[in-house]
Write a protein that binds this ligand. Structure first.
Ligand code: PMP
Length: 359
């Protein structure tokens, strides 16, 4: 097979070393004669897998002891409902920052359960920036403040952690584990696994312990963070294979020098790609420079009619899944942790070449 580089926004490329490790023990995990897929989630073997995965994640994030790690299902979408159900009572006001597609979906869902106040919106600037924090209109007694640290579709990323009196809640689906993080600033973090953590089907939540056990009475059992916390993420059958692969990803990250090590590489990759786009008169990235995502790089060609030829040529060179989200069109290169620098270099070479022949 020829070398390919996969720029999918998620499910996204996983580290090659992780895939090979999973392949090597696919049918026989550590001499047990069983695949991880075939093991009881309550048996000794899987207990070791999930315990190690959590310990490695805690190490990576230097997680304070008063935070609980939950391995869950339901995707980030479940948390759009779980957050208001668990952290706000009926009639409570909850604050949201509106920075694009994913924060808007979170807002829409929260409106079903709470009185949503939007503290700031990037809509006037067509979501190409983060609204100036000094202008945010916090409500006086919000149950929490929610934001999305990286808008996967718009390619807009927070370069800072917002200030908040209320517990800070973050959808970190597309930039978790991409740089060091001071978790103590947050009340709750959630993230779908399928970008920087592992296979889809797994969702991670990190909850400050004082926020557990507050779900309103009508909350479905499966949507109560406390239920999952009390059962050590084994209330029901969890996505065992996905947790196992996530555990391999955490070990791989530790080998890369942890989050500080991977952050350096992510900065280097993003800088190279944005510089290449900016240096050309042919490609255009709409996002305000300070808020450009290090993970998802949206760009357009000067003429949309060249999109198909661009994608075809890319595919022929093994550069896959560069088509932008259907809601915005154009292109998007997702360059998560597992994308090697060589992949970004190959994309930059192709960008220059295509411009030369079509520009
Ligand atoms: N939030 C963000 C920032 C995302 O990128 C995504 C998925 N692309 C979601 C939420 C939704 O995740 P899921 O499909 O796992 O529910």
């Amino acid at each position: 097979m020829t070398q390919v580089y996969n720029f999918s926004s998620g499910p996204a490329v996983l580290p090659r070393e992780v895939m090979l490790a999973a392949q090597a023990e696919l049918t026989d995990w550590h001499g047990t004669g069983m695949s991880v897929m075939e093991m009881s989630h309550r048996g000794r073997e899987f207990t070791q897998i999930i315990t190690e995965a959590e310990a490695d994640l805690r190490k990576l994030l230097a997680l304070p002891s008063d935070y609980t790690v939950l391995f869950m299902q339901g995707g980030a979408h479940f948390h759009f409902a779980m957050v208001p159900l668990n952290l706000a009572q009926e009639g409570d006001t909850v604050d949201y920052v509106d920075t694009g597609h994913w924060s808007r979906i979170a807002i829409k869902e929260a409106r079903r359960y709470a009185n949503v106040h939007v503290v700031a919106s990037g809509e006037a600037g067509r979501f190409t920036s983060i609204p100036d924090e000094a202008q945010w209109q916090h409500s006086s007694k919000a149950a929490y403040l929610h934001y999305c640290s990286n808008e996967t579709i718009g390619g807009v990323e927070f370069p800072f952690v917002p200030q908040s009196q209320a517990p800070l809640v973050c959808d970190m689906s597309s930039n978790i584990l991409s740089q060091p993080l001071d978790v103590s600033r947050f009340g709750l973090i959630y993230a779908g696994a399928q970008k920087n953590i592992g296979p889809s089907g797994l969702t991670l939540a990190i909850v400050r312990d004082d926020l557990l056990g507050r779900a309103r009475a009508a909350t479905p059992t499966m949507l109560d963070y406390q239920v999952h916390a009390a059962a050590d993420s084994l209330y029901n059958t969890p996505p065992t294979f996905a947790i196992y692969v996530a555990g391999l990803v955490f070990k791989w990250l530790l080998e890369q020098g942890g989050l500080a090590g991977i952050a350096q590489r992510n900065i280097e990759k993003a800088a190279l790609l944005y510089e290449t786009l900016d240096a050309s008169g042919f490609y255009h990235c709409p996002v305000d420079r300070p808020y450009r995502s290090r993970m998802n790089v949206p760009f357009r060609l000067t003429e949309d009619r060249l999109d198909d030829a661009f994608l075809e040529g890319a595919k022929a060179r093994g550069l896959l899944q560069l088509k932008g989200h259907r809601s915005v069109g154009g292109m998007r290169a997702s360059i998560y942790n597992a994308m090697p620098l060589e992949g970004v270099k190959a994309l930059c070479d192709y960008l220059r070449e295509f411009e030369k022949t079509h520009g």
